[in-house]
Design a binder for this molecule. Structure first.
Ligand SMILES: Cc1cc2nc3c(=O)[nH]c(=O)nc-3n(C[C@H](O)[C@H](O)[C@H](O)COP(=O)(O)OP(=O)(O)OC[C@H]3O[C@@H](n4cnc5c(N)ncnc54)[C@H](O)[C@@H]3O)c2cc1C
Length: 347
């Protein structure tokens, strides 16, 4: 490996992998450092791309641009690497009571939702798999990027190109380096002496991997009291929760019980738990990503804060960051870390 590449990427989760892809495609000389943490967000995420989210049915920020870009990007990478980690996937959202149904009815006529409503109804047999259902919405232009499988495919590619150091990056070397160093560390940016001033609010989520042979919705991602995401072979990803006050990175008995109860309330079938895992999302106050240059140390950059939506945001933001780095294209003010310059202490 070359000693002083033009760019060093620290962290090879979804963010670092995508940035590596675009910088390499732009003909740049890169090296990547990755020290894997089993609780890193990309290791645990479902990778759902969901156009309409939250209790109030909000259209996801920039989704009209982000989704087609992500779709094309993942397909291109799959084709180039001969990998399989992404597929468009319809999404069914349960409306559990009349109030929620009314809330949805009040919003659903807005033109911005029209392109996302899937008119195809579920069959009686499929509906019989769910319980606690007043009504449901069916969405398309949704999808799933299996971020763990994506990481793995990118790792193999980076290794084959001689671009990956499987080790922790040493912060002591950062300031003397002639390289531009882009930190893509997920929640572990909290340990970074240069960027820990940014308002990251790590959010822990726990998930179950279950086997549920009789369940009839293996062709849909389902958002009920929990998300139920098909993994193939009658297995499902079930999650999650948002815990900003966690004391341990490990999975907890409390959340295991909670997830079991929520899944039992949502489906009409027995299931067997195969795995229980926990991951930490790099969430940010204000919920917009963190991109840009350190205000003082000009060879240091960050690409982080993909929060709960890394699968959707990642490709577009990685391309945006690449154009900023290589073509001096301005960053969108909503994502530029300059908005937090006031938080920077004495350097
Ligand atoms: C339970 C759960 C469910 C989720 N579901 C979804 C979903 O359905 N859809 C969606 O879009 N998003 C989802 N997310 C969020 C998604 O996982 C994140 O947005 C995304 O994975 C963030 O990627 P990242 O690369 O920024 O961070 P990470 O995945 O944390 O990757 C950072 C990497 O950098 C490495 N690293 C850190 N510091 C160093 C260092 N100093 N040297 C070397 N390596 C280092 C870490 O070990 C890690 O591998 C979910 C997250 C969780 C936890």
């Amino acid at each position: 490996m070359q000693a002083e590449p033009e760019y060093i990427i620290v962290g090879q989760g979804a963010a670092g992998s995508l940035l590596a892809w675009f910088l390499h495609a732009a003909g740049k000389n890169i090296q990547v450092y990755e020290h894997t943490n089993p609780h890193a967000s990309s290791e645990v995420a479902a990778g759902i791309m969901n156009p309409i989210t939250g209790r109030t049915f909000v259209k996801s920020w920039l989704y009209d641009q982000l989704q087609p870009f992500a779709h094309q990007c993942y397909q291109d990478i799959q084709q180039a690497l001969g990998a399989d980690f992404y597929s468009p996937f319809p999404l069914v959202r349960a409306l559990p009571d009349i109030k929620t149904e009314n809330d949805w009815m009040a919003k659903s006529a807005a033109p911005e939702y029209a392109g996302y409503l899937n008119q195809q109804a579920l069959s009686e047999q499929q509906l019989a798999s769910l319980q606690g259902l007043q009504a449901y919405i069916s969405l398309h232009k949704s999808g799933r990027c299996d971020l763990k499988a994506f990481k793995q495919a990118m790792k193999q590619w980076l290794l084959s190109q001689g671009l990956l150091h499987e080790s922790r990056f040493d912060y002591n070397k950062a300031l003397q380096s002639k390289s531009k160093i882009i930190f893509c560390e997920g929640f572990q940016v909290l340990d970074n002496p240069y960027f820990s001033y940014l308002p990251l609010q790590p959010s822990k989520g726990e998930v179950l991997i279950v086997e549920m042979p009789d369940y009839q919705l293996s062709g849909y991602m389902v958002k009920h009291d929990v998300f139920i995401v098909p993994l193939g072979k009658q297995q499902y990803w079930v999650g999650s929760n948002y815990d900003n006050q966690f004391e341990t990175l490990a999975p907890t008995e409390t959340m295991r019980t909670d997830l079991v109860n929520r899944l039992q309330a949502a489906v009409n079938h027995p299931f067997t738990i195969l795995e229980h895992r926990a991951g930490i999302r790099p969430a940010v106050r204000g919920r917009k990503p963190l991109l840009g240059q350190h205000p003082v140390h000009k060879n240091l950059y960050i690409f982080n804060g993909l929060g709960t939506k890394g699968a959707t945001l990642g490709p577009y933001m990685a391309k945006h960051m690449t154009q900023y780095l290589t073509d001096a294209q301005a960053l969108m003010p909503e994502v530029d870390i300059q908005r937090f310059a006031e938080f920077l202490g004495p350097q």
